[in-house]
Design a protein around this ligand. Sequence first.
Ligand SMILES: *[C@@H]1O[C@H](CO)[C@@H](O)[C@H](O)[C@H]1NC(C)=O
Ligand SMILES: *[C@@H]1O[C@H](CO)[C@@H](O)[C@H](O)[C@H]1NC(C)=O
Ligand SMILES: *[C@@H]1O[C@H](CO)[C@@H](O)[C@H](O)[C@H]1NC(C)=O
Ligand SMILES: *[C@@H]1O[C@H](CO)[C@@H](O)[C@H](O)[C@H]1NC(C)=O
Ligand SMILES: *[C@@H]1O[C@H](CO)[C@@H](O)[C@H](O)[C@H]1NC(C)=O
Ligand SMILES: *[C@@H]1O[C@H](CO)[C@@H](O)[C@H](O)[C@H]1NC(C)=O
Ligand SMILES: *[C@@H]1O[C@H](CO)[C@@H](O)[C@H](O)[C@H]1NC(C)=O
Ligand SMILES: *[C@@H]1O[C@H](CO)[C@@H](O)[C@H](O)[C@H]1NC(C)=O
Ligand SMILES: *[C@@H]1O[C@H](CO)[C@@H](O)[C@H](O)[C@H]1NC(C)=O
Ligand SMILES: *[C@@H]1O[C@H](CO)[C@@H](O)[C@H](O)[C@H]1NC(C)=O
Ligand SMILES: *[C@@H]1O[C@H](CO)[C@@H](O)[C@H](O)[C@H]1NC(C)=O
Length: 849
Amino acid sequence: MSLIVVAAVAFCLAPCLVAAADTVSARRPLRGNDTVVSAQGKFEAGLFSPGSSGRFYLGIWYKNIPVHTVIWVGNRASPLSNATSAELRVSPDDGNLELVGFTADGSAAPGVVWSSNLSLSSPGSSNNTAEIRDNGNLVLLDGGNSSNVLWQSFDHPTDTLVPEAWLGEDKLTGVYQRMTSWRNAEDPAPGLFSNTIDTNGTSEFFYFWNGSRMYWRSGVWTGRVFALLPEAVNNVLFNQTYVETPAHRRLSWALYDNATITRQVMDNTGQAKQYIWVPASQSWQFFWAAPTVQCDVYAVCGALGVCDQRSQPSCRCPPGLEPASENDWRLSDWTGGCRRSSPLVCARNGSTTDGFQALTNVKLPDDPLALDHAKSKAECESACLNNCSCQAYTFSDGGGCAVWHGEFRNLQQLYADSTASGSELHLRLSESGLRDLSRGSKKKGGVEWPVVLGIVLACVAALVASALLAWVLLSRRRRRLRNMANEKGSSLAVYSYGDLRAATKNFSERLGGGGFGSVYRGVLKDGEGNSTEVAVKKLEGLRQGDKQFRAEVNTLGRIQHVNLVRLLGFCSSGDDKLLLVYEYMPNGSLEGYLFKAGSSCPSWRDRYGIMLGVARGLAYLHDGCRERIIHCDVKPENILLDKDLCAKIADFGMAKLVGRDFSRALTTMRGTVGYLAPEWISGLPISAKADVYSFGMVLFELISGRRNADLQGEGAGQSSSSGAAGGEEEEDSNGGSDADAGRRVLMFFPVWAAGKVAEGEVGAVADPRLRGDVSEEQLERACRTACWCIQDQEEHRPTMAQVVQALEGVIPVHMPPMPRALQNLVNNPLPLCGMPLLFMQGCSKAVVM
Ligand SMILES: *[C@@H]1O[C@H](CO)[C@@H](O)[C@H](O)[C@H]1NC(C)=O
Ligand SMILES: *[C@@H]1O[C@H](CO)[C@@H](O)[C@H](O)[C@H]1NC(C)=O
Ligand SMILES: *[C@@H]1O[C@H](CO)[C@@H](O)[C@H](O)[C@H]1NC(C)=O
Ligand SMILES: *[C@@H]1O[C@H](CO)[C@@H](O)[C@H](O)[C@H]1NC(C)=O
Ligand SMILES: *[C@@H]1O[C@H](CO)[C@@H](O)[C@H](O)[C@H]1NC(C)=O
Ligand SMILES: *[C@@H]1O[C@H](CO)[C@@H](O)[C@H](O)[C@H]1NC(C)=O
Ligand SMILES: *[C@@H]1O[C@H](CO)[C@@H](O)[C@H](O)[C@H]1NC(C)=O
Ligand SMILES: *[C@@H]1O[C@H](CO)[C@@H](O)[C@H](O)[C@H]1NC(C)=O
Ligand SMILES: *[C@@H]1O[C@H](CO)[C@@H](O)[C@H](O)[C@H]1NC(C)=O
Ligand SMILES: *[C@@H]1O[C@H](CO)[C@@H](O)[C@H](O)[C@H]1NC(C)=O
Ligand SMILES: *[C@@H]1O[C@H](CO)[C@@H](O)[C@H](O)[C@H]1NC(C)=O
């Protein structure tokens, strides 16, 4: 026994010693799977192999989170074929940090695939060492003087910017720091999208497609923000600045609390995105993206592709075309675009059998070629047909004829309710391509003469059969309903998928959607001919056994309160057919009622009634049920109003139903992060006090009548309502808004309001639309309560039961202290009011002192 232990230790000794090293030097290289770890264990550097690629790269990743997330890659474009013979070392010759191994292109001998590439000649060079720091910076230190940093990975970012890293220009060396996307999730080679600071010397950042075509700009640094990217700076999580010195000009950022884990990344779909690690869900949460809308990225769907903002994924090929590389598309790399399923047939003398397929309600591709001589649709079409390189044309009475030669890009699908007006594009396809298309559609809906008779006969038979079937099903359902009603305490109806599909007219009238799926309006008819309006929620991405689902839903069904939306029934047939049926709320959500442009101003009385209603509903969830239910997602979108403006909370119990995936759904919408309590980010356990926090945020919004984080100034109402229309994926286009965005300022209401409350000036915080028509006493109660609710430490926040009493006037509400997270900002030398901020969270450990 002991022999074996000794043997194991001996066997392990050599590699273990190397693996435990925290520096790399000429005498101690990293071999194979060895890694170096930063002093506090935050980052790790070594070789990794993305996906199933079988290629190996030098990289840096987070050591202290379970999701392998690479922030830097050395040999992006020259991978190793295996890790066995690989070595990261300080070159004994010149002191550079270098990676040696077999390249993936099958060279016979190992060679240097990556190097820090410095011209070093100082005598101590071979004594240089490399180490990984706790901010994720891999540094090469001078052997003669270890406080001399010779080379650092922060000077050469790949696609990710972590706090304390920078982007910009090193004026001494002329080297630019830019983010360049990975080609796809499994290939870190430089992709098509990058950003870089203006090479002409201004402080503006540009996003480029293929290094040349600019598709987004940050606006210049105003001293506090980048004009067009206000949300990326100066929130309570981090501090972003732009500085110019004789040595460099750069953007950098720092966390207020270095326990927060967050990163910005240039996605391989061309959006720069920021994520925050949420320990509560052990997942990365989306924070913001630029450009906001996926389809605003130039050529994201490649040549001949169609970008569709409302579908997932955003890119598809037009009919008659297919992805140029199925494999790339599978990895969300659409930039290869589409190709025709069958090639065009076009002779040199111009004779062709090709035809056109119309794509309706689209935003036309970029760079059209106007043909002024074609005065009709027919002339335009023949002009296109007569030139073999012509791929598509469009004709309209106002705009005339335009054609596209070669590959076109940025074709976008629009919808009936889109703000931009759609056009018709006629896409050239070969004769056989068109034939395949029409055959395909005939298979679905087309009718040919000889089959008509058969179809008529079949229809008659089907009618008879379906009448019979309906009768059988109906009686079965009645029996089932009776069974359900008998089940102890539950009165939930069970519906078939077909019932609900019919009730919602094949899910045609979408009321809204959240992280768990979309909600549709429906009408259910019972046996007596009565019809009831319902809201049907189609749950998506739920992985749960049928039995467990039924049990959870039945628990939810038992929870009834005048301030909770009532669950009427459900459908559970197969994984992808989980539906919940709720009572229908004709007045929609509080979000629409309060913020939608054109809605009338709700009176103070109505608002106070809503505050009380929501408070009572939450108090019931927390303390009134057999099992405590934490809502976890309290926000105006989840507060519905019935015909008497009685507030009813929707979506409660989802956290339980959806389990761990829940918080992934929380922040799908830009801005809603602002309702999340600090403990979501800091990793403390989530309790009912997290709901209290979110409720406090909602209170502020009811008081002020606007979003806590809102765009001030012109167009503010419009921006907030389009952002709220149902999530990021819903926005059709930000077109045009960028031009005047320079004038917009973000302002975070609670900071300002908390200050006013502290000064005893509550009158100033009420919605100006109320023109002072408020109850001063209620306003003061509401303001103070809201401020207590958003205290950083949960034990300082009241319970919902106390909130109800406070709002009812049963107990006095003392003057609240200023929440510490907000204090961070107040201490900053920025003016309190009109401060550019968006998100309200992340105070975590620094605050819990
Ligand atoms: C690593 O790759 C080289 C070159 O392709 C090859 O000669 C060597 O056998 C490989 N080693 C292993 C363990 O696969
Ligand atoms: C490195 O790790 C991988 C996976 O854990 C393993 O398959 C491989 O053999 C290891 N290579 C070396 C050189 O230890
Ligand atoms: C190092 O320099 C050589 C020649 O100047 C160049 O070919 C190579 O790409 C450089 N390598 C890196 C990693 O920059
Ligand atoms: C490298 O370090 C060793 C030990 O500290 C020292 O003896 C040697 O002179 C150094 N070499 C150079 C070139 O400075
Ligand atoms: C984080 O902050 C603590 C306390 O301010 C400090 O001791 C520690 O070194 C910091 N860690 C990093 C990685 O900056
Ligand atoms: C080491 O380098 C730093 C920074 O370059 C310098 O301030 C310091 O004086 C140097 N120390 C020695 C011993 O040369
Ligand atoms: C830089 O300046 C030149 C000359 O004024 C101009 O042509 C070019 O477009 C500018 N580049 C950018 C990226 O603004
Ligand atoms: C990107 O630009 C290069 C030349 O600058 C060109 O050769 C290449 O085809 C372009 N890539 C795409 C996808 O158009
Ligand atoms: C925010 O950035 C400014 C400018 O770099 C700096 O002076 C200030 O100390 C930073 N604040 C914090 C809290 O890091
Ligand atoms: C064009 O060439 C094709 C064969 O290449 C021939 O069949 C056709 O008649 C020609 N058409 C004209 C108008 O010359
Ligand atoms: C087709 O159009 C291209 C681009 O306008 C032009 O260069 C070419 O000469 C045209 N070919 C014919 C046959 O008209």
